[in-house]
Design a protein around this ligand. Sequence first.
Ligand code: PAF
Length: 279
Amino acid sequence: MKIIPTISDIRHCVQNWRNAGERIAFVPTMGNLHAGHLQLVREAKCHATKVIVSIFVNPTQFGVNEDFSDYPRTETRDCEQLAAEGCDLVFLPTVETIYVPTAQTFVSVSDISKNYCGATRAGHFDGVATVVCKLFNIVQPDVALFGLKDFQQFAVIQTLVRDLHLPIELIGVPTVRELDGLAMSSRNGYLNEQEREIAPQLYRTLQQAHDNLKFGQSIVDVENVAISELTQVGFVVDYFKVARRSNLQAAMPNDNALIILVAAKLGKTRLIDNLWLEK
Ligand code: PAF
């Protein structure tokens, strides 16, 4: 497995692969890899002949009071895991490589970035859209894979690819969970023992909301009950919303393809999750 820090070397390697007729899959990450990331790599191998993973903790997607400096940097272990999965190349750039000091160009995907996580994390999705656009331009993959736990992020990237006519196929990969249902996340490591015990309640509440909607309970009631149950066990709920899956607008009673989205804090740790619902 090659580990490459520079744009010129990535381009050279990708060009050689293209000349040899290879199909290239790309998995962007911020490192601190867990089973969810490794599942993305496995899935990538089903869609391409070469797999590139980037590890880059992107400063522009963190707010001023967020965990950019604390975010775990575990590149050595990450690369060992990627090599074991059969990844072909790891792109490991520095911040200065991705953001030239005089950079003036940023990418913003307007409407879809506004609500949910975008409402409480100002500028977060502009940071994500900007770095993903840069990484796509550097790697120029045929296909890129993202986890569906960050469903709004996936929707933002889908919109970016559509609007900028990027010739990249996007694949969303279902969330990988711990045995107790907690969605895998690099941030789960921040939870203390007591918080870790409470954390799976997030998924259980999504499942309960899913069943209550199926039984015909109103969306408003389902959302309110879920928020109150999560608050009782110690979460500070940012949002718990039922939305239309196609565009993340608020769900209407006759909509069929829905998604239940939640973000909530346990202590200092912000967790997000979602569950799909067909009515
Ligand atoms: O989902 C992530 O890990 C990040 O938001 C991404 C897509 C790698 C961009 O930094």
